[in-house]
Design a protein around this ligand. Structure first.
Ligand code: SAH
Length: 222
């Protein structure tokens, strides 16, 4: 585990470790088996990534609003995407497109050595950076920028997680390291399916992980 969540920042009551442990049990029942991922989610205080008014619902397995029409992803989907990019060897460098609340990045930060995350909406990026700071997650570098071009100066990445639905830009495939894995919700007509793409001997191997529902991947900053 690389990032360390400061104990005082974790909170009590409805948002306690017991409540979080129940979510982990539900994820297990839903078929999440990677203990490293379950452990990362067990130590990440999801209630700190939503507005206080919603914190009592933070350990339900559902997406919740985070303002500006965006959502914090459903825990089961976070678990699925995180499991997909964690191979036998944990990623050194992970890139996320769509910081949103910062929750997915915080979970990744427990597993990857370094996490780079981009968000196009200034206010969401600012709030997420505050949360990383408060939780002592110093291995996350967050930027307010359009993530469609990836993060060329830090490439290649062992893991790329896209948390908004659309067409995956070529730049992201180009920044995937040999043996690296990308997961993304790909938009096809009215539907989105989660795709997993691994670079093996220079070629891209693609599998599909089922239907999902994410907010759209948009161009430019806001
Ligand atoms: N990973 C987030 C989920 C946030 S929802 C979490 O754990 O909370 C997806 C986010 O992607 C939104 O905040 C949206 O503003 C952002 N987004 C959409 N298109 C983007 C782009 N081109 N570059 C960066 N962020 C983008």
């Amino acid at each position: 585990m690389h990032g360390v969540v400061h104990p005082k920042a974790v909170g009590v009551g409805m948002t306690s470790n017991t409540t979080r442990a129940r979510l982990i049990d539900r994820l297990r029942e839903a078929g999440i088996t990677d203990e490293r991922v379950l452990q990362a989610m067990a130590v990440t205080p999801r209630h700190q990534f939503v507005d206080e008014a919603l914190s009592s619902r933070a350990y339900e397995d559902s997406a919740l609003p985070i303002g500006r029409g965006q959502t914090i992803s459903q825990p089961q989907v976070v678990a699925l995407m995180t499991s997909a990019v964690c191979g036998e060897v944990l990623p050194q460098k992970a890139l996320e497109i769509g910081t949103g609340s910062g929750y997915q990045a915080a979970v990744l930060a427990q597993l990857a050595k370094q996490v780079f995350t981009t968000e196009r909406i200034a206010e969401l990026s600012r709030l997420a950076k505050q949360r990383f700071h408060r939780l002592g997650l110093h291995n996350i570098l967050a930027r307010h920028q359009d993530g469609l071009g990836g993060w060329p100066s830090q490439a290649p990445f062992d893991a790329i997680v896209v948390t908004a639905g659309g067409q995956v830009p070529q730049a992201l495939y180009d920044q995937l390291a040999e043996g690296g894995i990308l997961v993304a919700p790909e938009q096809v007509n009215e539907h989105q399916r989660l795709i997993k793409v691994k670079r093996v001997n220079g070629r891209l191997e693609r599998t599909e992980l089922g239907q999902v529902s994410f907010v759209p991947l948009l161009e430019g900053v806001a």
